[in-house]
Design a protein around this ligand. Structure first.
Ligand code: TMP
Length: 204
């Protein structure tokens, strides 16, 4: 299965991805964890350009193209080959982040983003998307305490983060079969238990 984790800043995605990878491995599965933007050397270089720059560094359309370029590399060189070998792929963010951040957040036309995404991805989509939902004030505060160099999006204003959250919630209601929304204000164990229940059901 190809599972993506989505959510605003500081939702705890990377912690939960690591826990789920261990859980799946103990059940005898091969698991690959990866992230966006990133996942290949070229895409990781693009990541640096996107997440370490100052807020005004890119025109919104240039930024969109960089995300799509990084994603194309990632899908063709890492995600698809792993899925073909029967490996579970757990990915920290994917196309839904582009709709939420570049569409709802930066105001790019959503139909345009979807069109370009479909053209470049050939309708490739996750089997399951776990949305870790957290109020932006709480999430951004969490993220700021451990962000290092990757501060560009955290620095954006609260309205931006509220729009991004609304974007994810809208996507979840538009794709109820693919999305599971989890309350990420709960503690780590409670969030993980919800994820395990979802995965066990998916496996069954
Ligand atoms: P991270 O916070 O999950 O490490 O992701 C890095 C940042 O990249 C995050 O602030 C959101 C941003 N992002 C987008 O704006 N659009 C995208 O399509 C992706 C994949 C990430």
């Amino acid at each position: 299965m190809f599972i993506t984790f989505e959510g605003g800043e500081g939702a705890g995605k990377s912690t939960q991805i690591a826990l789920l990878a261990d859980y799946l491995k103990t059940k005898g599965n091969q698991v690959l964890t990866t992230r966006e933007p990133g996942g290949t050397p070229n895409a990781e270089s693009i990541r640096q350009l996107l997440v370490e720059q100052r807020e005004e560094a890119w025109e919104p359309i240039s930024e969109l193209m960089l995300y799509l370029a990084a994603r194309k590399e990632h899908v063709e060189k890492v995600i698809s080959p792993a899925l073909k070998q029967g490996t579970w792929v757990l990915c920290d963010r994917f196309s839904d982040s582009t709709i939420a951040y570049q569409g709802y957040g930066h105001g790019l036309d959503i139909a345009f983003i979807q069109q370009l995404t479909n053209l470049s991805m050939n309708h490739f989509s996750p089997d399951l998307t776990l949305l870790l939902d957290i109020p932006p004030k709480q999430g951004v505060a969490r993220a700021k305490s451990c962000s290092g160099q990757e501060v560009r999006y955290e620095q954006m204003n609260m309205d931006f983060h509220e729009r991004v959250r609304q974007g994810f919630l809208d996507l979840a209601s538009q794709h109820p079969k693919r999305f599971i929304t989890i309350d990420a204000t709960q503690d780590t164990d409670a969030v993980f238990n919800s994820i395990c229940r979802t995965i066990d059901q998916a496996i069954a």
